[in-house]
Write a protein that binds this ligand. Structure first.
Ligand code: TEU
Ligand code: CA
Length: 554
């Protein structure tokens, strides 16, 4: 395997709006990120992925870009961005931008021009269809609810949007559009960023010609997935994009890829794949329901283990997955993956170690290193996220009471991850000196960076140790390149695996409150990490306390 600069790195996702506000307007910004670079450097992370901070009406919080070449004034200036790139470089860190090119904003110049002249050049940048009486071009349901078709203002046409109506899909079948995308990617890479996280990319190829699919809800519409399943030929676009852009710069790219087929994995992330890596979403989608969030089911420890191992087996050593326990679209991992009532500093560390030691690139989402938790919502009015609002409506339409609907969607709300970063126990967690754009999780009094930095037993200190272990020259080769082999898979609420390379490591997590024994058929050399003060042992039996996790060198 050819070694790449990013193989041994640790990535950290920043959601700029909620990271750190430098000027008191209640909105996190790029100067705020610069001020916190030392915090990140001290933690040990290398690659920083910034969720979108381009010009945007923020209908979908920046995933609706109105100008790909400029920074939204709320987040700062291009000068700030240049400074962030330079300051990161000084610290040996790398910046990834978020590439959002399945769609743009309806406030983007291209779309405005398409409205003015739908038959002209820019009309063909989008998917436009003639408007018909009482009939939609197709019956596809958008990700954020309702039809994917919307009237094109001032015309007799309709445009396609698989996400929000303020996010018109870009027509990738049009080579002129693709050129514009590549131009922009290269422009950013020239600027000195190190790569991209690539948003919703699996949606760029539609099944042609457009047709209706079997309706799957009472609204008579059909999930967008039914169309995507039938789409073929995305590789032509992705390969072209790689050749024209990323490859020339040796960029690191991580794709937001959902429904890839096993036989496609080498094309996606193998040697010279379309992307360097792609996220493992096997755990995040587990328990989901076709009907909506209200019908979703909490994932169990057994399922979590199965999902991780399944994803690992699927990829093997073909390439590198990017492993997450949460991101800006998900509830907080500790609230989601640890059974209710069991969420403690100790169990948070267990989850951290089990996830972090998997083969792949570890991604930490802001606040994850503190063990930030889901937010208690007391009313739907506190919710900002368009996806949560839509899911709430779906739940109400399905007959849930407003109370039950709120309770149901709160568990999965994207806002759980989007509340401001908890820097200290001071007012507004020191995120802002003004009024925060989204309410804080009131638990910042007890969960915050300031308290955790100097506490050797904090969740953050544990993350720091995990990162340091991955970088330790004695173990690096094994942790980065070693294979992963599950062990004691049948033992309930126990997740354990070997990492085998130059050395052999064994990671064992007791995923329950009760203690649990495992039988070790050889002795171990060393305990590399332990979230408990001791490791009980008699003869060859290790007895792990509730939620204990250990990393052993054999
Ligand atoms: O998400 C893509 C995605 O597939 C969504 O359906 C995701 O599952 C959604 O969050 C469900 O609530 C990406 C971004 O990560 C997300 O923040 C954007 O809203 C979306 O693309 C559109 O750009
Ligand atoms: Ca600000």
């Amino acid at each position: 395997m050819i070694k790449k600069w990013w193989h041994d790195k640790v990535a950290y996702q920043i959601y700029p709006k909620s990271f750190y506000d430098s000027n008191g307007d209640g909105i996190g910004d790029i100067p705020g990120i610069i001020q916190k670079l030392d915090y990140l450097h001290e933690l040990g992370v290398d690659i920083l992925w910034l969720s979108p901070c381009y010009c945007s009406p923020l209908a979908d919080e920046g995933y609706d870009v109105s100008d790909y070449y400029n920074i939204d004034p709320r987040f700062g200036t291009m000068n700030d961005m240049d400074q962030l790139i330079a300051e990161s470089k000084k610290r040996g860190m790398y910046i990834l931008m978020d590439l959002v090119v399945n769609h743009c904003s309806d406030e983007h110049e291209w779309f405005q021009k398409a409205c003015e002249d739908p038959e002209g050049k820019y009309g063909n940048f989008f998917y436009l269809r003639d408007k018909k009486d009482k009939e939609l071009p197709t019956n596809w349901r958008s990700y954020f609810g309702g039809s994917v078709w919307e009237d094109l203002p001032g015309t007799d046409k309709q445009y396609l949007h698989v996400f929000h109506k303020k996010q018109p899909d870009l027509n990738w079948e049009n080579p002129e559009l693709r050129e514009e995308v590549y131009k922009n990617i290269n422009w950013w890479l020239e600027k000195g960023i190190s790569g991209f996280r690539i948003d919703a990319i699996i949606n760029i190829k539609k099944a042609l010609p457009f047709r209706n699919y079997e309706p799957d809800r009472d609204d008579g519409l059909s999930s967008i997935h039914n169309m995507l399943k039938e789409a073929t030929g995305i590789g032509t676009f992705l390969g072209e994009m790689r050749d024209r852009t990323f490859q020339k710069y040796d960029a690191f790219t991580v794709g937001e890829v959902f429904n890839e087929k096993p036989e496609e994995i080498p094309d996606f992330i193998g040697e010279n794949g379309y992307f360097s890596s792609m996220f493992d979403f096997n755990e995040t989608v587990c328990g989901g329901s076709e009907k909506g969030w209200y019908d979703a089911r909490q994932i169990t420890p057994e399922e979590y283990k199965k999902c991780c191992f399944e994803a690992q087996a699927k990829i093997g050593t073909i390439g590198f997955l990017s492993n997450i326990i949460e991101n800006h679209d998900e509830p907080r991992g500790v609230s989601h993956y640890i059974p209710e009532g069991d969420c403690t500093i100790k169990s948070k560390k267990m989850l951290a170690a089990l996830n972090f030691m998997l083969r792949g690139i570890p991604f930490i989402y802001q606040g994850q290193e503190l063990g930030m938790e889901n937010v208690p919502f007391s009313s739907i009015d506190e919710v900002d996220d368009i996806s949560t609002l839509d899911e709430y409506k779906t739940a109400i339409n399905a007959g849930l009471s407003p109370e039950d609907a709120l309770h149901a969607v709160a568990k999965y709300s994207r806002d759980n991850a989007r509340t401001p970063m908890q820097w200290s126990a001071q007012p507004n967690a020191s995120f802002t000196s003004g009024t925060p754009w989204l309410k804080l999780n009131p638990n910042y009094i007890t969960i915050n960076a300031e308290d955790q930095i100097n506490d050797p037993h904090s969740v953050r200190s544990f993350y720091k140790q995990l990162i340091a272990l991955r970088k330790n020259p004695d173990y690096k080769e094994t942790i980065v390149y070693g294979t992963l082999e599950p062990v004691w898979e049948e033992q309930k609420n126990l997740m354990a695996y070997y990492r085998k390379g130059e050395k052999t490591l064994l990671i064992i997590g007791n995923y329950q409150n009760e203690e649990q024994e495992v039988y070790l058929d050889s002795s171990y050399k060393k305990i590399l990490l332990n979230n408990d003060t001791i490791l009980k042992q008699h003869d060859q039996h290790l007895c792990l306390s509730g939620y204990q996790v250990v990393i052993l060198e054999l």
